[in-house]
Write a protein that binds this ligand. Sequence first.
Ligand SMILES: *Cc1c(COP(=O)(O)O)cnc(C)c1O
Length: 386
Amino acid sequence: MFLDDLRADLDEIDRLGLVRQRRSQQSPCGPHVLRDGRRYLSFCSNDYLGLAAAPELGEALAEGARRWGAGAGASHLVSGHYTAHDDLEQALAEFCGCQRAISFSTGYMANLAAVGTLAARGDAIFADRLNHASLVDGALLSRARLSRYPHRDLDHLAHLLATTPARRRLIVSDTVFSMDGDLAPVPQLLELADRHDALLVLDDAHGLGVLGPQGRGTLAHFELASPRIVLIGTLGKAAGLAGAFVAGNLSVIEWLVQKARSYIFTTAAPPALAHALLTALRLIRGADPQRAALQALVARLRRGLGASRWQLADSATPIQPLIVGGNHAALSLSRSLDEAGVWVPAIRPPTVPEGSARLRISLSAAHTGGDVDRLLALLSTLEAAP
Ligand SMILES: *Cc1c(COP(=O)(O)O)cnc(C)c1O
């Protein structure tokens, strides 16, 4: 009976155009990949600087494994913490201009920790409606009261803050929204946090390495710093590897060390990874030319689609969503590109709101202008199709 129910639920998501498929690649992450025995030009990854397959980073990982072996052996508070983790945390704090940082195995876990541990029953969390799922899950775990405000709607947020009876308030937002590519109004969020004595939790998964001088992220882009800011960065995107961190005020980070369940009750990430991440940080700092090239690709794509029927959402980052609307329409466009050897994922609910299924085109400094032109040419032929 249980299994029959599951089968029926699976049939239902199929009918709605919501079945997801894993695609197994036979080559490393990059703009040109081998998948299902075929070569594809890929606009799928979050490897914004092209570091995921960079030989220097692979070598750093191998060096880390030679120095530290393969595994950490235990959780951080037992015996899984190494000087490699300390060195990484210090470098991350310095990189982001924060007092201290704590490293996590994934961004999902870092967000569960930051939101789920800093707020508790009786507190209030105010979250942008388009925030990443992990921030929502952290809020649910906290048992605090969660209010989701319309995307980037500062007036609505100000009203919620002015009328909450809760003494402790947390404002939570993506900095660069992961499926839309637009920026949160971070300076204004900080003003509201100051005015209402709130903490401001910012998820910089798509800003770190991409925005700001030396890729220092969204805070550097806006030239902001404040003890109220709790910053999350992930290290599997522009940094090309895996892992994440929370950075901020000393008391905030110490509280996470003491209380965050997704830190305490899990085996520490391999010290070899922490070792390699130091190289990733160095590569990010030195990648201003790659960031300039990436901006040029963004401009090229937007210029190229400017006059066509394909409309990109308003985004200045490497995340360039082409909003289609229906689930089946988005899938069908993605399939047409696929048949021509170009891989752009269709993103559907619940990842994005109902009725806003889209192709999420993500650009990398590893792409060439020619790669973008190929996508443009293909989209223009599809435009002509009935
Ligand atoms: C990818 C992502 C995460 C999760 O990070 P992982 O390291 O992949 O677990 C969190 N927040 C945002 C906005 C993301 O895009």
